[in-house]
Design a binder for this molecule. Structure first.
Ligand code: AP5
Length: 223
């Protein structure tokens, strides 16, 4: 199997490992639809909805938002014609076995099975430094880093000229808690997709371009 506009992927891995960065590359080059639970939550927070207020109370402390509301929110997005027609990249969902089980059932019902689950791995120290320097575009979602990928003009997006922002959960204390939560929850999820013969694990230390090509190569290989 090779990457195609109907490829359906999960990108899994620790905070800061590069899921959003790879998702943006897969969108711009393959036309896959990025569906990020974090981005959707941040949109709800910005719009000051009830869900946004609830999510914010967990996100600011680096904790997971409860399964029920997360699954409901993601299902609304996944049950669209756009998702049936195109391939997608799920970034940040599922994060628990309960979410993975629910997703399995939904994709079966929609007759849109997953192509692969790509797990990106990286040392916690590197993750810390990636997250502490991250900047994001308020409009187009492009991701920067103050040291390794600075914007050409300070504080402004190269692509759309909009202001850049620092995420409220990229503070040291919240980062530590996010990593802690990640290490406590990843193993059962890994096992879940290993048993379904969908899991590919890639070390994410190299530059985004090289990693992108390894992701594409891994789609062509059989488990
Ligand atoms: P979410 O938004 O999903 O955050 P996350 O999983 O913590 O991941 P990040 O977005 O922080 O990192 P990333 O892997 O996308 O890295 P990026 O590409 O930006 O979730 C936020 C919160 O929402 C959660 O904590 C939780 O509270 C809640 N939530 C979300 N989903 C949920 C769910 N399913 N259930 C319950 N709660 C949920 O890159 C990071 C930095 O590194 C950037 O500066 C980038 O430029 C740089 N970089 C990227 N790749 C490379 C590379 N290859 N080499 C060098 N630098 C790189």
């Amino acid at each position: 199997m090779t990457a195609s506009p109907r490829t359906r992927l999960i990108l899994m891995g620790a905070p800061g490992v590069g899921k959003g960065t790879q998702s943006n590359l897969l969108e711009s080059r393959l036309g896959l639809l990025p569906i990020s639970s974090g981005v959707i939550f941040r949109g709800e927070i910005e719009a000051q909805t009830d869900l946004g207020r609830l999510a914010q109370s967990y996100i600011q402390h680096g904790q997971l938002v409860p399964n029920g509301v997360t699954i409901e929110m993601m299902f609304k997005r996944l049950r669209s014609d756009e998702v049936r027609r195109h391939g997608f990249i799920l970034d940040g969902f599922p994060r628990t076995v309960r979410q993975a089980d629910a997703l399995d059932e939904l994709l079966l019902e929609m007759e849109t099975p997953l192509t692969k689950v790509i797990e990106l791995t990286l040392d916690d120290k590197v993750l810390m430094s990636r997250l502490s320097g991250r900047l994001g575009c308020t409009k187009c979602g492009e991701i920067y880093h103050s040291v390794t990928k600075p914007p050409k003009r300070e504080g402004l997006c190269d692509r759309c000229n909009s202001p850049l922002f620092v995420r409220s959960d990229d503070k040291p204390e919240a980062i530590r808690e996010r990593l802690n939560v990640f290490h406590k929850t990843i193993e059962p999820l890994r096992l879940f997709y290993q048993q379904r013969n969908l899991l590919v694990t890639l070390e994410a230390g190299e530059d985004p371009e090289e990693l992108y090509h390894r992701i594409i190569d891994s789609l062509a290989s059989h488990n």
